[in-house]
Design a binder for this molecule. Structure first.
Ligand code: CAA
Ligand code: NDP
Length: 287
C-alpha cells in the first residue's frame, strides 16, 4: 500500500518528530493535538529541527520549506478519514489510548493501518478495542526522532504479516532501521533502558552520589551520550514513571518498582525538560 497521507495524533516531542520525518520524505502529514497551542508548539519544534538540519547541510532551504508546507495542523480527528496510515503519539495512558483507538477505528478507511508509538503499553490490548486488530501495530520511534536510527516494530497478538511488512517498509522509507519485537511490557528498549534509569534515581535517592556524579560515571565510564538522569529529563519523568509502572504490573517482579523520588518529582509537576524542571533546571535556558 502506498502511504501518501499520514495522520499523527499528539503533537508533543514524539508526535512532532514523527510528523517531521514523514513530511521530509514527501508524505502529506496532518498533525493533531487537543488544543491549538500544542499543535503550534509542535510545529515550532519542527521548524527549529529543520533549521539545524539545513545548517548542517542535510536539507536544502527549499526542501525545508516544502516539508513545512506539507504539514497541516488540526485539533480535530476529521482528517483521519482520508489517511492511509495513522500513528498515535499522545500521552502514555492506557485509557486515553483506548478511547483514541476506538474513535480512530470508527473514522479511518477500512484498509488504513492504526499504529501507536507507545513506549510500553500492550499493543494487543489497544488493538482489541478496534474492529481491525490485524491492522493495529506498535511503531516505536526513539527520541529525538529526526536523529535516532531505531524503530521498534511491535506485533500485537493479532497483527497481520501484511501490516508488519507495510510498517517495516515505512520505517525503511523514513531512513530508519526496523527491529521486530513481540508484545511484552517495555518491548526491548524500555525493558532494558528504564530499569537502568530507575536505578540511577535510586542512587540519588539513597545518597550514593549526587546528580552530576551519577551522570558523569555513565557518560565518561560507559560512553553514554547523556547520563541517565539527564536522559530521564529528556524522555519526560511522567513517561519514565508510566513505563516503570507497566514493567512492574506486567512482569510482577519487585525489581521494577518505581523509585519513590521519581513518583515525588512527577507529583510535583517536575516532568523534566518539557516542563522546565526535573533532575536539572531548564528554566533559565534559552530555547
Ligand atoms: C523512552 C522511549 O520510549 C524510547 C526512547 O526514545 S529512549 C531515548 C533514546 N534516545 C537517547 O538515548 C538519546 C541519547 N542522547 C543522544 O544521543 C545525544 O545526546 C543527542 C543526539 C540527543 C544530542 O547529541 P549531542 O551531541 O549532545 O548534541 P548535538 O551536537 O546538539 O546533536 C548531535 C547531532 O544531532 C542533531 N540533532 C539533535 N537534536 C536534533 C533535532 N531535534 N532535530 C534535528 N537534529 C538534531 C544535531 O544537529 C547534531 O547533528 P550532527 O551530528 O550532524 O552535528
Ligand atoms: N519521550 C520519549 O522519549 C518517548 C515517548 N514515547 C511515547 O510517545 C508518546 C508521546 O510521548 P511524548 O511525545 O514524549 O509526550 P508529550 O507529553 O511531549 O506529548 C504528548 C502530547 O499528546 C497530547 N495529548 C494528550 N491527550 C491527547 C488526546 N486525547 N489526543 C491528542 N493528543 C493528546 C498532549 O497534550 P497535553 O499536554 O495536554 O496532555 C501532548 O501534547 C507516549 O506514548 C510515549 O510513551 C515513545 C518513544 C520515546
Amino acid at each position: 500500500m502506498a502511504i501518501q497521507h499520514v495522520m499523527v495524533i499528539g503533537a508533543g516531542q514524539m508526535g512532532s518528530g514523527i510528523a517531521q520525518v514523514c513530511a521530509m520524505r514527501g508524505m502529506r502529514v496532518t498533525l493533531q493535538d487537543i488544543a491549538p497551542e500544542f499543535v503550534e508548539r509542535g510545529f515550532s519544534r519542527i521548524e527549529e529541527s529543520l533549521v539545524r538540519i539545513v545548517k548542517k547541510g542535510g536539507l536544502s532551504e527549499s526542501a525545508s520549506r516544502d516539508t513545512l508546507a506539507s504539514i497541516t495542523l488540526t485539533t480535530t480527528l476529521d482528517a483521519v478519514a482520508s489517511a492511509d496510515f495513522v500513528i498515535e503519539a499522545a500521552v502514555e495512558k492506557m485509557d486515553i489510548k483506548k478511547s483514541l483507538f476506538m474513535q480512530l477505528d470508527g473514522l479511518a478507511k477500512p484498509d488504513a493501518i492504526l499504529a501507536t508509538n507507545t513506549s510500553s503499553l500492550p499493543i494487543t490490548e489497544i488493538a482489541a478495542v478496534t474492529s481491525r486488530p490485524e491492522r493495529v501495530i506498535g511503531m516505536h520511534f526513539m527520541n529525538p526522532v529526526p536523529v535516532m536510527q531505531l524503530v521498534e516494530i511491535i506485533r500485537g497478538l493479532q497483527t497481520s504479516e501484511k501490516t508488519y511488512r507495510a510498517v517495516a517498509d515505512l520505517a525503511q522509507a523514513l531512513g530508519k532501521t526496523p527491529v521486530e519485537v513481540h508484545d511484552y511490557p517495555g518491548f526491548i528498549s524500555n525493558r532494558i533502558l528504564l530499569p537502568m534509569i530507575n536505578e540511577a534515581i535510586y542512587c540519588l535517592y539513597e545518597g550514593v552520589a549526587d546528580r552530576d556524579a551519577i551522570d558523569t560515571v555513565m557518560k565518561l565510564g560507559m560512553n553514554h551520550p547523556m547520563g541517565p538522569l539527564q536522559l530521564a529529563d529528556f524522555i519526560g519523568l511522567d513517561t519514565c514513571l508510566s513505563i516503570m509502572e507497566i514493567l512492574h504490573d506486567g512482569l510482577g517482579d519487585s525489581k521494577y518498582r518505581p523509585c519513590p523520588l521519581l513518583r515525588k518529582y512527577v507529583a510535583a509537576g517536575w516532568l523534566g525538560k518539557k516542563s522546565g524542571r526535573g533532575f536539572y533546571d531548564y528554566r533559565s535556558e534559552s530555547k
